[in-house]
Design a binder for this molecule. Structure first.
Ligand SMILES: Cc1cc2nc3c(=O)[nH]c(=O)nc-3n(C[C@H](O)[C@H](O)[C@H](O)COP(=O)(O)OP(=O)(O)OC[C@H]3O[C@@H](n4cnc5c(N)ncnc54)[C@H](O)[C@@H]3O)c2cc1C
Length: 375
């Protein structure tokens, strides 16, 4: 019987498995499909960005800044982490007026941030449209290869002695009082009871809401979203060298190592019930492309290479995750509702979750994410 049973083999499940196993804990990770088959896998790269992030997550980003650069060496596998710097572009006077306060706040939280005027900005990014009048710059922000990092993390957990079972879909739980003492999983079409020695760590993202509602009768204030990402064909070298965001446009741009440009930032797909996955909406793809062209006119002639919306993520009503033991299951720690920005903070959150599981004490940095904030 494993002491700690983790549900979900995305970045969170794999990173918590690694953090627990390297501290000597006995860990079993159950993944319904394959490692990195959810939001932690798929097209392109993920931003490791503090710039413009919710204030309550900035202390986590400060910790994540410390972890990311050495992670490749620590886990002994590829992460693709690159500290490119992030520019939050500004086109409107109203956003420029608000920017010094945001720069001040981010610096107070230990996130190095600078307000750049038009001329300084052009020194960094000469191919920007003339319409852009300034930017908030965070030089310590960057990108990582999410699929590679998640798989490397799973291997690192295995090396530390964790067991990982792919093709094991958790479908139910059994409780004695408020203690979960077994999980019911479907493995190779058979229902199997998985005993829980000490705790469950529930990190199955898109599955968590329905599971908790069915098993604990507890509705969570989260809903599924299908973020859109696309790549443009690499006909010209990427006109940008940094990770790009925008103060008022729904836009994120990343220059990929293979020469393509990735465009995303918050556009969404629609759920196709027959396919059981998200599919892109052509107008949303075109809308996102036009936002990118508005700030980098050189992108106008690049056709869309690939557009996907098949990686579901859970959006929490107040835009930050729930990380807590839930009422009715005193030994089940859940993390869900990353709201489209859970990647960058994952190594920091996973470390803190593992410490919490082993010590029984909630780390101070995780206090803003308690379930009780809604009550
Ligand atoms: C398109 C897109 C772009 C994003 N861009 C960024 C970004 O630039 N920066 C950033 O910080 N964040 C970004 N995010 C958010 C970030 O990627 C996610 O918050 C993060 O990957 C979530 O990790 P996870 O481990 O919780 O979930 P997932 O990776 O979804 O892992 C959950 C796993 O649980 C498994 N599972 C599901 N049901 C069960 C079950 N019943 N039993 C067992 N296993 C089950 C799934 O198969 C899956 O592998 C983006 C997300 C998406 C989708």
């Amino acid at each position: 019987m494993a002491e700690y049973v983790i549900v979900g083999g995305g970045i969170y499940g794999c990173a918590v498995a690694w953090e627990l196993a390297k501290r000597g804990a006995d860990v079993l990770l159950l993944e319904a499909s394959q490692i990195a088959s959810g939001a932690s896998g798929g097209l392109g790269e993920r931003g490791v960005r503090a710039n413009g992030r919710d204030r309550r997550e900035l202390p986590l980003m400060r910790l994540a800044y410390e972890i990311w650069p050495g992670l490749r060496e620590e886990i002994g596998g590829h992460t693709g982490y690159r500290r490119l710097g992030h520019l939050l572009l500004i086109e409107r006077e109203v956003d420029l007026a608000a920017a010094p306060a945001q720069v001040w706040l981010q610096n107070q939280q230990g996130i190095e941030s600078h307000l750049l005027g038009a001329a300084e900005l052009r020194e960094l990014e000469p191919k920007l449209s003339d319409k852009v009048i300034g930017a908030i710059y965070c030089p310590k922000d960057g990108v990582a290869d999410h699929s590679a990092t998640t798989r490397s993390m799973a291997v690192a957990a295995l090396v530390q002695g964790a067991a990982i079972r792919e093709g094991a879909r958790v479908a139910g739980l059994t409780r004695r009082g408020e203690q979960v003492f077994s999980l019911r999983a479907v493995i190779d079409g058979e229902a199997v009871d998985i005993p829980v020695g000490k705790q469950v760590i529930l990190l199955s993202n898109a599955h968590v809401g329905d599971f908790v509602a069915e098993q604990l009768g507890l509705p969570l204030p989260i809903c599924r979203m299908l973020p859109q990402v696309m790549t443009l064909r690499a006909d010209i070298p990427p006109p940008m060298t940094r990770l790009i965001g925008h103060a008022h446009r729904t836009l994120a741009i990343k220059p990929l190592p293979d020469g393509r440009v990735m465009v995303s930032g918050g556009w969404r797909g629609r759920w196709d019930e027959a396919l059981r996955r998200g599919v892109p909406i052509p107008e949303q793809v075109e809308g996102n492309r036009l936002e990118a062209v508005a700030v980098y006119p050189a992108l106008a002639d690049l056709p869309v290479d690939e557009a996907t919306t098949d990686r579901a993520e859970m959006l929490c009503v107040d835009g930050i995750p729930i990380i807590d033991y839930l009422p009715g299951a005193a030994n089940m720690l859940a993390g869900v509702g990353w709201s489209g920005h859970g990647w960058a903070i994952a190594p920091a959150v996973a470390r803190l979750m593992a410490e919490w599981v082993l010590s029984g004490e909630r780390p101070e940095l995780l206090a803003p994410f308690r379930y009780g904030r809604f009550l």
